[in-house]
Design a protein around this ligand. Structure first.
Ligand code: ZN
Length: 312
């Protein structure tokens, strides 16, 4: 009887946890004036509401710069409150690192604050944003209620930018998507990699160009060798004090590319390629099996074409 009752109470608690739609966002201090909200290393589910992404903010002398806005309007609203609990300066800018839904669907909550992104990201959100939002509704359910796509109005360019008295270095890269922005805060030495960096979680590749991604990792790793460098906030996974997220992402992409090429050379088909064993080094990463299968789906046709019909 007692056992039955406690089981029942656990069920009730679980249901209440989902129904209150509280992402439980707590800012993690990364450096002086730099904070991150670290999401789970999971797939989108109705239990996590899409809180599987990292977002962050920088407290500049003249106001707060927000980096990515999360997967839903609710997330954006809760993020705004969690930021205000740390510092009450006005929000001066919201930056979207790339056009994937977990990084920009909270934009709506930042009405009145300028929204900025690379031109390719603005285009991607405009063209694919609604389809992404519908997909997230399907995967996470009511957490998404009331969420609408808001396209950033301000285009960012690579280079140094002074915002609210803070000097940021913007890196316009590509490879995870057509347009991937990394942000280096020179004052604190914190590098926000967007989804060019995954850590302790297998990388996702729906819009990836592996060659360009590897080149982008070179550019980011060069920053980690600068004397002022202090930390990396990856797009997914824990904060690191060294280049580990970049090295891990690079190792995964190198292996993935090699595995796909070998399959194509051996004449394997897509299903046979998906059935390949993942080396132990990568198999330990959360979501390695599902991301590998998805990546075969995304990338194998291109690799096959490259191997079977070399460019003349
Ligand atoms: Zn992404």
């Amino acid at each position: 009887m007692k056992r039955w009752l406690s089981g029942f109470l656990v069920l009730l608690a679980g249901a209440a946890g989902a129904a209150d739609f509280d992402y439980g966002l707590k800012a993690q201090r990364v450096a002086d004036g730099v904070h991150a909200f670290i999401g789970k290393t999971e797939d989108f589910t109705p239990a996590n509401g899409g809180n599987i992404v990292n977002t962050g903010f920088i407290v500049a002398p003249g106001g707060i710069i927000v980096i990515d806005s999360g997967p839903s309007r609710r997330y954006g609203e809760q993020m705004r409150r969690a930021i205000a609990a740390v510092d009450q300066r006005p929000l001066v800018l919201v930056i979207n690192t790339h056009h994937h839904p977990d990084h920009f669907l909270g934009n709506q909550a930042f009405a009145g604050v300028p929204l900025a992104a690379l031109p390719g990201t603005i285009k991607g959100i405009g063209e694919e944003g609604n389809a992404f939002a519908e997909n997230l509704f399907r995967l996470t359910g009511d957490w998404m209620q009331g969420t609408e796509v808001v396209v950033p109005g301000q285009a960012l360019r690579a280079g140094h930018q002074e915002t609210a008295g803070r000097r940021l270095r913007l890196l316009a890269l590509a490879g995870h998507t057509e347009a991937d922005l990394a942000i280096y805060d020179e004052t604190s030495g914190v590098l926000f990699t967007g989804d060019l960096g995954f850590f302790e979680r297998a990388p996702t590749t729906p819009h990836a160009d592996v060659g360009r991604w590897l080149a982008a990792l070179d550019a980011l790793e060069a920053i980690t060798r600068e004397p002022g460098f202090r930390a990396i906030v990856p797009g997914h996974g824990p904060v690191a004090r060294d280049a580990a997220p970049l090295r891990q992402t690079r190792a995964w992409l190198n292996w993935l590319q090699m595995a796909l090429r070998r399959s194509a050379e051996e004449g394997l088909d897509m299903n046979e390629t998906m059935a390949r064993a993942i080396p132990a080094e990568f198999a330990v990463l959360p979501l390695s099996a599902s991301e590998y299968r998805r990546s075969v789906g995304h990338l194998f046709p291109g690799v096959e074409q490259e191997i079977l019909e070399p460019a003349r």
